[in-house]
Design a protein around this ligand. Structure first.
Ligand SMILES: Nc1ncnc2c1ncn2[C@@H]1O[C@H](COP(=O)(O)OP(=O)(O)OP(=O)(O)O)[C@@H](O)[C@H]1O
Ligand SMILES: [Mg+2]
Length: 255
């Protein structure tokens, strides 16, 4: 997917759309009036209510919100894992909602890097194989995949752990492998769902710095979900998801 120059934007932007006030540009990721509900035993629970969001090329955006406010739901919509009930989601001009499931899976493999709170590494694969998997799913295999994966593990400072299985790695090491896996195929955006939520303060801080540095090096955008205001403030912009809507106000639940 191309990473074009930034043309001028239109002016119909909501607060979470508006970004840095001085430089309005066409967003890379754009959610318009997105609504998403879950139905459980006949009752409908609306998690996102006509919410809008814009993220620009190479922008680092943090998203704060109470537990259950819909942060992971939002990431699942942006990555095409789930579809909204209503509203539009555009990714570099492409309408994700109109894609069928196969096309959305290919889109996700090519253009999204995902990092989870609990690492989600494949236990039967070594650290190196876990990273290489992201390339193999995009048709890059063999020596080239191994070399690129090792290079990413080197960038994350854990090349010496490449042949270890996840159970032999500390939490911080596992998350560094997960960051390598998320970035090795040069995605356009990394979606990180509480990536330091399961780490102690020191390890979390190291992982956060590495994540921010590798995201900047690669030039991709980052949407970082967190409960921590300190973590959020490492981003270019901080948003809050509350009562189904995204705004630029920081709620009193963040610490
Ligand atoms: N598959 C599902 N079926 C039914 N309800 C769901 C489903 N997934 C999420 N929910 C509900 O939607 C709401 C939002 O969930 P979500 O996981 O997006 O919240 P979150 O902000 O990521 O929370 P946390 O900070 O605890 O991870 C919650 O009330 C949750 O119970
Ligand atoms: Mg969540």
């Amino acid at each position: 997917m191309s990473k074009p120059d930034k043309p001028p934007a239109t002016s119909d932007q909501s607060p979470a759309d508006s970004q840095d006030s001085g430089s309005s540009v066409t967003p890379f990721i754009k959610l318009d009036c997105v609504t998403h509900s879950y139905t459980e035993s006949d009752s409908v629970h609306t998690v996102l209510k006509k919410t809008s969001l814009s993220i620009h090329h190479s922008e680092k955006v943090a998203l704060l919100g109470r537990s259950g406010s819909g942060k992971s739901t939002l990431l699942n919509l942006i990555s095409g894992i789930d579809l909204p009930d209503n509203g539009r989601i555009h990714f570099d001009g492409m309408d994700i909602v109109s894609l069928d499931e196969t096309a959305r899976t290919i889109f996700r493999r090519q253009h999204i890097g995902f990092i989870y709170q609990f690492f989600n590494l494949v236990p039967s694969l070594t650290a190196l194989e876990n990273v290489a998997l992201a390339l193999e799913l995009n048709g890059i295999t063999g020596k080239l995949a191994r070399e690129r994966s090792l290079s990413m593990l080197e960038r994350l400072g854990i090349a010496d752990r490449a042949q270890q299985f996840p159970t032999r790695l500390s939490g911080g090491e596992q998350q560094r492998v997960a960051i390598a896996r998320a970035l090795v195929h040069s995605p356009a955006v990394v979606l990180a769902d509480e990536p330091t939520g399961n780490l102690d303060a020191k390890s979390g801080s190291e992982v956060l710095n590495l994540l921010n540095d590798t995201v900047v090096d690669s030039g991709c955008a980052l949407l970082l979900v967190t409960h921590s205001l300190t973590v959020a403030q490492t981003a270019d912009r901080v948003l809050t998801l509350e009562e189904g809507t995204i705004s630029e106000q920081v709620g009193d639940f963040a610490w």
